[in-house]
Design a protein. Structure first.
Ligand code: PHE
Length: 358
């Protein structure tokens, strides 16, 4: 019996030493395997007499059961250890502060565009959107811009491969093509009504509601420095009716600038200029009466009375319809409003810059 106890103790000790399931299986083989200690003892029974065999067999069985019991509890213990290790490795530190995404917000130029839309909206202007890849016709020809005008050169305009006279072939250099696109739609819509009082295909000289629209959006030119970016924003304005004059342009734009900059004493200057699509034309400069920019003239828009050829290209009779257009730079307006000195900051996407506007 003593001998069997020694085997059982040896098995228990071997199992305790096993620290992985594979170790444990190896240790098991030493005692319960085909040529393990217990199996060998069983084989030895054959040589014993019948009555001895019985007692000895029962004793070996008890030893075997004790070894199996020890094996199972070690198996369980190793499984528990493994689970604990895994749980520890995968432990979540719930006290770690979360990574925050922050509340987000609008880009400063978007804030400006919203502001422009709200102010012109209050003056009865609707908002139109149009394509950034334009045709030669809408970007230049319809706007009375001749073939040899410098704005058409490769130095100023991004051309797109495969264009034709009617297919899109360039990135719009200004939002002015929207004057034509919007007016053509407006005329088409209203000439079909009974109130128009005119049918047929010729230039429209019937009655229609006034065109009063702004068209903000992205524009492109081959230009890049602290105050010019190859992609920038413009906002077009167009007011066409039967009796809309330069005086209305001055009134509307002055009102807009004073509201936009929240400055009632802001002074505007309409400086004679040239655009093929307006006649007369003017650059609009503003002057603050106080603050860091006080006293300086700052250019904010091009403008003018819509050229009769352009009115015709809108499908309207220039003898009857007249109006004004302007094109301003929302990027510039944003720089002036917030005191930003480098246009490129708007397009770098640096979060430290952008969060300052929230
Ligand atoms: N499209 C002109 C520009 O980009 C601005 C402009 C718009 C001038 C409308 C007159 C009328 O410079």
């Amino acid at each position: 019996m003593n001998e069997l106890n020694v085997v059982v103790d040896a098995a228990k000790a071997a199992f305790e030493r096993a620290i992985t399931p594979a170790d444990l299986e190896n240790a098991k083989a030493l005692f319960l395997g085909k040529s393990g200690r217990i199996t060998e003892l069983m084989k030895g029974l054959a040589a014993l007499a019948v009555d001895e065999k019985k007692a000895r067999g029962a004793a070996i069985n008890l030893a075997k059961q004790a070894i199996e019991g020890a094996l199972n509890s070690r198996r369980q213990a190793l499984a528990d250890i493994e689970l604990q290790t895994q749980l520890q490795a995968e432990a979540l530190d719930v006290t770690l502060p979360g990574r925050q995404r922050g509340p987000g917000g609008l880009h400063p130029v978007s804030l400006t565009l919203e502001r422009i839309e709200a102010i012109f909206g209050s003056m009865g202007f609707s908002v139109a959107q149009g394509p950034e890849i334009e045709t030669d016709w809408f970007n230049f020809t319809a706007l009375n811009t001749p073939e040899d005008h410098p704005a058409r050169s490769m130095h100023d305009t991004f051309y797109v491969e495969g264009g034709s006279a009617t297919a899109p072939n360039l990135l719009r250099t200004h939002t002015s093509p929207m004057q034509i696109r919007h007016a053509v739609q407006h005329v088409k819509k209203h000439r079909a009504t009974a109130a128009a009082g005119q049918s047929g295909d010729g230039l429209f000289s019937g009655s229609m509601p006034e065109i009063r629209v702004i068209a903000p959006g992205r524009t492109y030119r081959v230009d890049s420095d602290a105050t010019h970016s190859p992609m920038f924003h413009q906002c077009e304005g167009l007011w066409i009716g039967e009796n809309v004059s330069f005086k209305d342009l001055k009134y509307v734009f002055t009102d807009f600038c004073r509201t936009f900059f929240e400055s009632d004493d802001l002074v505007l200057r309409f400086r004679p200029s040239f655009f093929p699509f307006t006649e007369p034309s003017a650059e609009i400069d503003i002057q603050f009466q106080s603050g860091p920019l006080s006293g300086r003239w700052l250019e904010v828009a091009g403008s003018g009375q819509v050229h009769p050829n352009v009115v015709s290209n809108m499908g309207l009779d220039p003898e009857k319809f007249i109006g004004f257009a302007f094109g301003m730079g929302p990027d510039r307006l944003t720089m002036l409003r917030y005191g930003v000195n480098d246009l490129r900051l708007f397009f770098d996407g640096d979060i430290r810059f952008l969060t300052q506007f929230q």
